[in-house]
Design a protein. Structure first.
Length: 87
């Protein structure tokens, strides 16, 4: 099925406490060359027919993201795009 991917991130001027917590924990894992971490969300929308990017943008704007504090991008998922689910 055709998929649209919506990536939602806090705007750069908004503090990201989750990202800061991860960045602060990295030195304990031996990682010292990371300057900052930002945490976001990835949402996949599957359409039954042709994907409608305008409709996906409307969904993102009204339901998936808070445009006051978050930015989002909407794109078609690549056919060979695989999400690594290693644990």
């Amino acid at each position: 099925m055709p998929r649209v991917v919506v990536d939602v991130m806090l705007k750069p001027e908004i503090l990201d406490p989750q990202g800061q917590a991860v960045a602060n924990a990295l030195p304990r894992l031996g990682v010292s060359d990371v300057a900052a971490v930002r945490i976001g969300r990835r949402i996949e929308i599957e359409f039954t027919g042709e994907p409608d990017l305008d409709q996906a943008r409307e969904i993102a704007d009204k339901l998936l993201a808070n445009p006051v504090i978050e930015d989002y991008t909407v794109r078609l998922a690549e056919a060979d795009e695989i999400v690594d689910s290693r644990r």
